[in-house]
Design a protein around this ligand. Structure first.
Ligand SMILES: [Zn+2]
Length: 148
């Protein structure tokens, strides 16, 4: 459920609860005229909202309402709109390299393919079993010697 500030074509302002952001807006509660959303946050420049950025796009199954058709369609529309906007204003596109890690230490600064850190982390994360570092081998040897 989302609460919107709405304004009708006659200028009446009111709040309405809408089930999802992709539902049609209800008509004016006073006169029945069609309504539009009053932007909740207007940029300092007064420019219109650029819509959700790529980072805000859902990328999980639950994020798209378990594949709900209307939700997927809505995001697809938002995405298409965003792509057109980015064609016009490339600076909006931001970093579009695939994100390799976005949890833990990378929660605030996602690790992206091509980052110098990426190779190091990939090596550390995906090192096959049995190729332990020299340090841990030495430790294991010491332990074996202790048991003797
Ligand atoms: Zn009205």
């Amino acid at each position: 459920m989302i609460i919107y500030d709405l304004k009708c074509t006659d200028g009446h302002r009111f709040e309405a609860v809408v089930a999802s952001m992709f539902d049609d807006l209800p008509p004016c509660s006073d006169c029945g005229a069609s309504t539009r959303k009053i932007p909740a946050a207007v940029g300092l420049s007064g420019s219109a909202s650029a819509g959700p950025s790529r980072e805000q796009m859902p990328n999980t199954w639950s994020g798209i309402n378990r594949g709900d058709r209307e939700t997927v369609r809505g995001w697809h529309q938002a995405m298409t709109k965003r792509e057109k906007l980015e064609e016009k204003y490339p600076e909006l596109a931001g970093d579009r390299r695939p994100v390799l890690a976005h949890e833990g230490a990378f929660a605030d600064a996602p690790l992206r393919a091509g980052d110098p850190l990426a190779a190091t982390v990939a090596e550390a994360t995906f090192r096959p079993a049995g190729t332990a570092t020299t340090a841990s081998k030495t430790t294991q040897q010491h332990r074996k010697e202790d048991k003797k």
